[in-house]
Design a protein. Structure first.
Length: 304
């Protein structure tokens, strides 16, 4: 290898010197010495590069450390799927009747508390407080919001609070249920009138309508609410907004009490200068589902 390298270097030197018209003898020995040293460096390079590559892989690939980092989220990280499952399993073990997963609106009976929100509990960055999570349920039988504070690492329920008149935003299942209750009521005729007024056409297929809903408190607009709707907040009520596929809003906003499964007001809007008749709060109405109501919830304190 040494002889071959010397011959190659000599040939290269002669070609370069010929082009540059430079004297051969003074620099030939220096050039050949440099080539010889370079060949030694090249021969030793693969071993050195291999060792460096192995060292790099060993430094960057640490399965044990990576696993520890993966399984130990930082204090302010969002809840992971494994933590959410652990929390829900722990609550389910303590309260077997608590609803853990979404179901079809047709299966909604309001007989079991429904999960509204599950998220990491805010914590002070400066304080050495543990990593916690908040789980909120709504109990339709007692009209209470159940707040569970849980350790996501262990699943231990640290504290459980029951609160009245605390209404978190509706979940998708409740929105679907509110529209189903409305379609099953006598107020569906008012929906057809509102559709004709907005589009000039007859309502043929209710599946062509789009809707959304939000929580209503009785104190939001006292002038347009009847006696039953003014009590919303103590029970869980949804206000429906309905529009067409062309995003034409219908001038009708029914109020549904999800706690009783009834439309308690057909509309809170006005149409062509006249109010659309609302349901009489004192008149009997067949609910979509029934359940027993329990008292005493007003005595529970609000959470801090």
């Amino acid at each position: 290898m040494r002889i071959a390298s010397t011959r190659i270097c000599s040939t290269i030197f002669n070609l370069v010197a010929l082009k540059a018209s430079m004297p051969l003898r003074p620099t030939r020995s220096i050039f050949l010495s440099l080539c010889y040293l370079g060949s030694i460096a090249v021969l030793g390079a693969p071993a050195g590069l291999t060792c460096a590559a192995e060292a790099s892989v060993n430094d960057n690939t640490k399965p044990v450390d990576f696993a520890v980092q993966k399984n130990n989220p930082r204090k302010h990280d969002a809840l992971r799927h494994s933590e959410r499952d652990r929390i829900l399993q722990s609550i389910k073990k303590k309260h077997p009747h608590f609803k853990q997963q979404e179901s079809l609106a047709s299966d909604f009976t309001a007989e079991e508390p429904i999960l509204l929100l599950l998220e990491k509990r805010p914590s002070n960055k400066k304080q050495n407080s543990p990593r916690l999570a908040d789980a909120y349920y709504y109990d339709y039988k007692t009209n209470e919001t159940i707040h569970c504070i849980v350790n996501p690492e262990t699943g231990v329920i640290i504290e459980e609070l029951r609160t009245v008149q605390l209404q978190l935003p509706l979940v998708e299942e409740e929105i679907e249920r509110a529209f189903t209750i409305y379609l099953q009521s006598s107020h569906r005729n008012e929906l057809a009138d509102a559709y004709r007024e907005a589009t000039g056409q007859s309502l043929i297929d209710v599946n062509s309508l789009h809707f959304k809903a939000f929580i209503l408190h009785g104190s939001a607009n006292m002038k347009r609410l009847n006696a039953a709707t003014k009590r919303c907040g103590r029970s869980r009520c949804a206000k429906l907004l309905i529009h067409t596929e062309e995003n034409i809003a219908l001038n009708i906003t029914p109020i549904i009490d999800l706690s009783t499964g009834q439309v308690i007001q057909g509309n809170t809007e006005r149409s062509e200068g006249r109010p659309i008749p609302a349901v009489n709060a004192d008149s009997p109405q067949e609910p979509v589902h029934r359940h027993e109501r329990t008292g005493g919830s007003e005595q529970h304190a609000l959470p801090h």
